[in-house]
Design a protein around this ligand. Structure first.
Ligand code: FES
Ligand SMILES: [Fe+2]
Length: 337
């Protein structure tokens, strides 16, 4: 399955850019092969339209923002957040602007410090992360970068409790725990919920971050996959510390996804500086990135194309649910091999 070949993926919300970047001026982002220009309107709300002027196709993102409108850098036409051309400098002030002078506009909103975009009629709302809005927790922005791999591979990876022993050798993977002690999967309307426990190594940086001196510890994991490319990974440690990773792999193209990750914790900056939390999670994500970028972009939904083992049950359920989603939309999963 290739993401740009399945129109249903256009009907989900994705985080496309940290909101603060829009303060620097218009920005461009490619979502599912569609070039967008993002900017802030006069009320400070994010706007997203196609990054191609309807006059002579220049990229609007090379222009500037004036009174909440995006101004084309080529001949100065101005577009509002609805995509309508509202000023043509070459026309007399009282001349009407033809209604067909417009560019495609997309749904756009702000959540968790990010601008989220949905290209077409959304099937779901932006993922709800209760703890991110709970005053007992703090939100730490972590990563925003392209990964050269399919988002579905990353979703499976996060629910795959057999990979830490081999991939996370410098961070938390434990040779003594090649498989989870518990792995329970429940289907939800738009995803799956996985409960698991896994013994892990607790290296020095993590001992400080977790305020736990033991060399080994146990992760209790409550993991939610939310269609199609968001994972909420809630890790609870024996001392009560909760570390929640929220990761969306925003689809750029078939072989490239924007890795967007923040974490939510029930401790404070005085307990553990955000920089130390990020440093550990950075090491973990780079271990995953190295392997995931070596995988095939085309993720088969049919189970006959790759081999499986019992720890793959969450990933198999993800593939089945995506296949069922495509079926409800009348889409066949296109396969390149
Ligand atoms: S190409 Fe945009 S105004 Fe001419
Ligand atoms: Fe991993």
């Amino acid at each position: 399955m290739l993401v740009t070949q399945q129109p249903v993926f256009r009907r989900f919300w994705y985080p496309v850019m940290p909101r603060q970047r829009l303060a620097e001026g218009p920005q461009t982002f490619e979502l599912l092969g569609e070039s967008l220009v993002l900017w802030l309107d006069q009320q400070g709300q994010p706007a997203a339209v196609r990054d191609r002027c309807c006059h002579r196709t220049a990229k609007l993102s090379l222009g500037r923002v004036d009174q909440g409108r995006i101004c084309c850098p080529y001949h100065g036409w101005e577009f509002d957040p609805s995509g309508a051309c509202v000023r043509v400098p070459q026309l007399k002030a009282d001349a009407a602007i033809p209604a067909h002078y417009r560019v495609a506009a997309y749904r756009c909103t702000e959540r968790y410090g990010y601008v989220w975009v949905c290209l077409e009629d959304p099937l779901l709302d932006v993922p709800q992360i209760d703890e991110a809005e709970d005053p007992n927790y703090r939100l730490i922005q972590e990563f925003y970068e392209p990964w050269q791999c399919a988002g579905l591979r990353v979703m499976e990876n996060e629910l795959d409790l057999a990979h830490p022993t081999f991939v996370h050798t410098e961070t938390f993977g434990s040779e003594d725990h090649p498989t989870p002690d518990k792995l329970e999967i429940t289907e939800t309307d738009w995803g799956i919920h996985v409960y698991g426990t896994l013994g892990v190594v607790n290296p020095e940086l993590q001992q400080q971050n977790l305020k736990m001196a033991e060399a080994q510890t146990l992760r209790t994991l409550e993991m939610d996959w939310l269609m199609p490319f968001t994972i909420k990974l809630k890790i609870t440690y024996p001392n009560g510390l909760v570390h929640i990773v929220v990761n969306t792999m925003t689809p750029i193209s078939d072989g490239c996804s924007q890795m967007v990750q923040f974490c939510v914790r029930n401790d404070t900056e005085v307990d553990t500086p955000a920089a130390a939390v990020i440093a550990f999670d950075r090491a973990v994500t780079l271990e995953d990135k190295h392997i995931l970028e070596s995988t095939d972009d085309d993720v088969p939904l049919s189970l006959s194309q790759e081999e499986h083992m019992f720890t793959d049950r969450p990933g198999i359920m993800i593939r089945k649910k995506v296949a069922a989603l495509l079926k409800t939309q009348g889409e066949a999963a296109l396969q390149t091999h």
